[in-house]
Ligand binder design. Structure first.
Ligand code: GTP
Ligand code: MG
Length: 197
């Protein structure tokens, strides 16, 4: 799929203020600093469409971007960032939960995990929650440029092993790098297939 246009629409904390749910929607979620905003920029080939930072906790709102006037990409705040107060963490948690459950045009959620790390409880627990709520998701491994192929394969194998304990069918897994562009075409093809239904 070709990206012809990518425009910021709105940022907010209030589900009722999100754009009308009349276009296919795809959300990026994952721990703070995992690379959600960077991957949105890499996908759209727009350097600063989504705001990125080397400090975790940059994205704090639900951010809607409209792509090709046809579908929405949504950048969400990260979860599991220790330095954020408990109150705001639970506020974000609620906001994300409400968003994920309420948005009927959300066709797939991309759960980003740092490919350098072994499976983390906070991520697998979140995926299990998605499953329980029947919210379709794909696992996206980020920052694959930062480590060897062997290490990457070993971490993916660990994910498969853990997921097999809970899931009959394993979710789709896509390896990416916002630096090298790895996985960009695959992600876009995946989105295109679902969006065009
Ligand atoms: P929050 O909004 O804070 O939840 O973070 P985020 O998940 O949106 O992460 P963001 O895209 O802001 O990236 C965090 C840091 O990781 C930045 O310093 C990026 O430059 C870096 N980064 C993101 N993706 C990649 C990647 O694929 N490769 C490398 N080498 N660095 C990356
Ligand atoms: Mg971000």
């Amino acid at each position: 799929m070709k990206i012809k246009s990518a425009n910021f629409v709105i940022s907010n904390t209030d589900i009722s203020k999100c754009p009308k749910a009349n276009k296919a929607e795809f959300a990026f979620i994952g721990r703070s600093n995992v690379g959600k905003s960077s991957l949105i920029n890499a996908l759209t080939e727009r350097k600063s469409l989504a705001k990125t930072s080397s400090t975790p906790g940059k994205t704090q709102l639900i951010n809607h971007f409209e792509i090709n006037d046809e579908w929405y990409l949504v950048d969400l705040p990260g979860y599991g960032y220790a330095k954020v107060s408990k109150t705001s963490r639970s506020k974000w948690g609620k906001m994300i939960e409400t968003y994920l459950k309420a948005r009927e045009n959300l066709l797939c959620t991309f759960v980003l995990v740092d490919s350098r790390h072994e499976p983390q409880k906070v991520d697998t627990a979140f995926m299990n929650w998605l499953g329980e709520n029947e919210i379709p998701f794909v696992i996206v491994f980020t920052k694959c440029d930062k480590q060897s192929h062997t290490k990457l394969q070993s971490n993916i194998a660990k994910y498969r092993k853990i997921m097999k304990k809970t899931w009959e069918e394993l979710p789709t897994m896509i390896t990416t790098s916002s630096e090298s562009g790895l996985g960009r075409e695959e992600l876009l093809a995946f989105i295109g297939e679902i969006a065009e239904g």
